[in-house]
Design a protein around this ligand. Sequence first.
Ligand code: ADP
Ligand code: ZN
Length: 372
Amino acid sequence: MSAESTTPRTVHVALNERSYDIIIQPNIIAEAGRVLAATVHSRRCLVVTDRNVGPKYGPRLAKSLQMAGFDGSLAELPPGEAAKSLKVAEILYDRCLGAGLDRGSCLIALGGGVIGDLTGFVAATYYRGIVFVQVPTTLLAMVDAAIGGKTGVDLPTAKNAVGAFHQPRAVLIDPLTLATLPDRELKAGLAEVIKYGVLDDAELFAFIEQHSQQLLAKDTAALAHVIERCAAIKARIVSQDEREQGGGPRALLNLGHTFGHAIEAATGYQGYSHGEAVAIGMCMAVALSVELQWLAPADRDRVVALIAHVGLPTKLKPTDPDTNTLYAASLKDKKVAAGSLRFVVAEGIGKTKVVTDVPEAVVKKVWDSGRE
Ligand code: ADP
Ligand code: ZN
C-alpha cells in the first residue's frame, strides 16, 4: 500500500455544537479507542454489530477500546433489514440498561446502514439521546448512511417510517473492512458513489470512469479517494441543510431516488437492493433530464455507460411491475411534496437541480423506456 493510502483523511461536518469529524484511515478500527478517547467523555459504551461483521471486526475494535480505558460490551444482532425494527430497538434498550449505560454513555455502530440506522435511533431515544459513533463497514454506509444524522427503523408496512435526526459524535471509516464485503454490496455502494459524481463533482465522476477496475478490485487508495470525495460532498450539503427543509440542498442527494424508491417499493424490497434500484433510478433521472431538455444526450449516455460498466443494472426487467404500478408507488413516497412529484434532474455531469410539476405523461414515458 502506498504511503498516501495510509494517511488519515479528515472531513469536518460543520454543524455548530453538533459538529464532528469523519476520519478515513486504513486500520482505524485498531486505533478507535485512542481516537474516541479524545472526543467521547464517558468510558462506558456498547458496540452494536451484526453476526457477519461482529466476528470479523468486533474483537479488534473491542481490544482497541479496552486499551484506551473503555468499559465496553458487544451486542451482536442477526444481519439483514429485519433488524431495523422497534422490536429489535427494544432489545437494544434492554442491552443498554444491562450494560449500565447512562445518559453520558456511548453507543458504537459497527456495520452497514442497517446497524447504523438502528443504533443511531436507539442512541437518539435512550434517555432522550446519548452520544453515538458510526463505524460503517459497507461502502454505502461509508459514503451515505453513516453521515448526516438520519436514524430510524422500519414499520412492517413502511420503510424508515419512525426515526429522528441525531448526529454522530464521530464517523470512523476503515476502507480495509471492505475487503470482506460481498461484491454485490460493493457495487450497490458504487451506485451512490456515482450519484455524488453526477450531482456535484465532475472530477469524481471522471475518476470513477478511469479507476472502475481498481474500485471493483477494492484497491484501498482508490476507495479511500472516492470515500473522501463523497463524504466531503455529503458533509457540505448536510451543513447547509441539516434537516432536509423542503427544497433545500439536501434534496439533491435524492438523485435517482424518486424512481429508485418506487422500484424498491413496487417490487416489495425483494428484487433489487437499494443501490441497484438507485442505479436504475439514476438512468431514469438522466433520461428525464434529457426529456425535459436540461441535459445533453451525450451526458446521459456517459452516466448510463458508467453504471453498466461497474456491473449495475440500468433498466428494469420485462417481468417487473408495469408503469402504472411504478408511477403509483412513486406518489406514495414520503418525500412527495404536497402531492407533487419532485425530481432531481442533471444539467450536466456535476450539476443538478430539483424540479417539480413534471407532467405525468413525461414521467410515464421515462418509466416505459427504462425497461429491457
Ligand atoms: P447497507 O449498508 O447497504 O444498508 P446492510 O447494513 O444491510 O447494508 O449490510 C449489507 C450486508 O453486508 C449485511 O448482510 C451485513 O452483515 C454485511 N456486511 C456489512 N459490512 C460487511 C463487511 N465489511 N464484510 C462483510 N459483510 C459485511
Ligand atoms: Zn440511497
